[in-house]
Design a protein around this ligand. Structure first.
Ligand SMILES: O=C(O)CCC(=O)C(=O)O
Ligand SMILES: [Fe+2]
Length: 207
């Protein structure tokens, strides 16, 4: 039960957290869409590591560290739907308080976190574009660590991202290191019908 409204907050220049941005119905619809996308899998990294999140890409396949037309098994990538680009424009406009008609995201990473998944500190730097990243969270709350553009260590700010929250990072924060040190299992509203956490990041590939 939400008691205190959480304010919109600029975490760093160009990095804005907008709590409770999605309505409950929009969250349900997004969960349904996420269930429809096929091929969630743990990404294997060139250093031999395997990510603990399971990911499906839309529009372009992220194959660390580049975007590709095809998935690893040669199958086609799920299309990036027009409605998701519309949602991205609305998100950007609300986060920055300015029109965003020219924002044209063409790739999304949809990450599923189970109770033990995390994501290490990294930069989203495989896009050939300086356009912002739009992040939408569903299900379990997580600790989202938003750092600086220099390195993966302090200073950083830990932000709780809950279901329905929007986070946008662009401008001077576009290449800030960020990660998810943990989720808080069991915090999702049972009515959402999602065990764990989903995060969508909308990006402009620049391809
Ligand atoms: O799950 C999140 O909130 C962040 C995901 C992320 O940083 C990414 O997909 O690059
Ligand atoms: Fe990222």
């Amino acid at each position: 039960m939400e008691l205190l409204p959480r304010p919109r907050r600029e975490i760093a220049p160009g990095a804005v957290h907008v709590p409770d941005w999605l309505t409950v119905q929009e969250q349900r619809d997004l969960v349904t869409a996420c269930r429809g996308w096929r091929g969630y899998r743990s990404t294997r990294l060139p250093n031999g590591g395997v990510m603990s999140v399971r990911t499906v890409c839309l529009g372009w396949q992220w194959r660390p560290y580049r975007y590709d037309r095809l998935r690893e098994d040669g199958s086609p990538v799920e299309p990036f739907p027009d409605w998701l680009a519309d949602l991205g424009r609305r998100a950007l406009a609300d986060a920055y308080g300015r029109p965003a008609e020219d924002y044209e995201p063409d790739v999304a990473l949809v990450n599923y976190y189970d109770a033990t998944s995390k994501m290490g500190m990294h930069q989203d730097k495989d896009e050939h574009s300086t356009e912002p990243v739009v992040s939408l969270s569903l299900g379990d709350t997580c600790v989202f660590r938003f750092g600086n553009t220099e390195h993966r260590n302090r200073p950083y700010t830990d932000v709780e991202l809950r279901s329905g929250d929007l986070f946008v990072f662009g401008g001077p924060s576009r290449l800030a290191f960020h990660g998810v040190p943990k989720t808080l299992p069991g915090t999702a509203d049972p009515d959402l019908g999602l065990t764990g956490r989903l995060n969508l990041t909308l990006r402009v590939s620049g391809r």
